[in-house]
Design a protein around this ligand. Structure first.
Ligand code: ZN
Ligand code: ZN
Length: 340
């Protein structure tokens, strides 16, 4: 079978290797599509490293083709699945408190990490979430980023009628937007990229704001919220200026979640006294638990949230290099690799 290996900085190559055999408790999945996320881009450009060579890809969908012994679940050959490629031990304090995204064993050595850019892969049965056949497998490849957005929105306790400011209108910002709209929030999208804001508007958000308009942006946010400021805010942009604006436009008792990761270690752009006086709640979110993942599967399966318009381009596995370049272009949202 073919797999795409990142072998060094800006180096990725297709190699032939043995098709894996499922161990007890595992399934063999024929991968259909796998998305290219920021992690894969960083591994490719050398900004991050796990080990080399590595088969990247953690946003994969596919079909079960074989079942190992001792699989007690209802998985069957031919079932469509979306893969939750995190290692969760299920017995550490984090796993047992609903935060399995922070499982203390998730990076322990000897475990398979990523692996979606491959024609076949073996996974533990618990990692393969069943999908209805009607859901296109391309859409299913967006389960993982959608699950991360769902976790992030739980952090701000989004409620019907809340106003929500989303800083950053890329794939992750738009996924947050779609979920928040389904939950009945008034969503305001903010970005410096006018094309992205136009897309957000077409997809139905309540208002768009040009982040480069620094002089009036806080004023505009106030006028969009009848002078109160926003109830909730999600930061998906790595720009420190985005967080600075957000903190100036929060309603009393507002909740703000830092969804993005930062390249360096910026300090909070707010004084501690205003957090105290205004009862702001500041949270972070990282990845997704299996509970979030299951909810993403359900909203995709029920077609409560549609993600097809966020798939910008699809490349065959053999064109993985082109796919990586396309994924890093600001003009694209999700780029998928068609593996089968
Ligand atoms: Zn991802
Ligand atoms: Zn654990």
């Amino acid at each position: 079978m073919k797999s795409a290996y990142i072998t060094g900085t800006n180096q990725i190559e297709i190699r032939q290797n043995e098709q894996p055999v499922p161990l007890p408790g595992e399934l063999l999945v024929k991968i259909a599509y796998c998305g290219i996320c920021t992690l894969e881009q960083r591994l490719y450009t050398g900004q991050r490293s796990i080990y080399l060579p590595i088969i990247a890809g953690h946003e994969a969908s596919g079909t079960i083709v074989a079942i190992g012994s001792a699989v007690a679940s209802n998985h069957a050959v031919g079932d469509h699945v979306t893969l939750d490629l995190v290692n969760r031990c299920h017995i550490c304090p984090e796993c047992l408190s609903g935060n399995s995204n922070l499982c203390e064993s998730r990076f322990n050595k000897g475990q398979q990490v990523l692996g979606g850019f491959s024609e076949y892969m073996t996974v533990r049965a618990e990692q393969a979430h069943l999908l209805p056949k009607e859901l296109p497998l391309e859409h299913a490849a967006l389960t993982e980023p959608l699950a991360c957005a769902i976790r992030s929105l739980k952090k701000v306790g989004l409620k019907l009628g809340d106003s929500l400011l989303i800083c950053g209108s890329g794939t992750m910002g738009l996924l947050h937007m779609k979920v928040a709209m389904a939950m009945g929030a008034k969503v305001i999208m903010c970005d410096i990229d006018k094309g992205r804001l136009q897309d957000a508007q077409k997809m139905g958000c309540a208002a768009i704001l040009d982040a480069s308009d620094t002089e009036y942006i806080v004023e505009k946010l106030q006028s969009l919220t009848r002078g109160r400021g926003v109830d909730c805010c999600i930061i998906t942009s790595t720009s420190e200026a985005a967080a600075k604006v957000a903190f100036q436009a929060l309603a009393p008792a507002a909740r703000i979640n830092l969804f993005t990761s930062y390249d360096d270690k910026p300090a909070f752009p707010i004084d501690m006294n205003s957090v105290h006086r205004q009862e702001y709640q500041i949270t972070g979110s990282e990845g997704r638990s299996e509970i979030d993942f299951n909810q993403a599967v359900r909203v995709l399966s029920n077609r409560t949230v549609e993600v097809g318009d966020l798939i910008s381009k699809i490349f065959p596995l053999d064109a993985i290099e082109e796919a990586m370049t396309a994924a890093m272009d600001r003009k694209t949202y999700r780029v998928l690799v068609k593996v089968d």
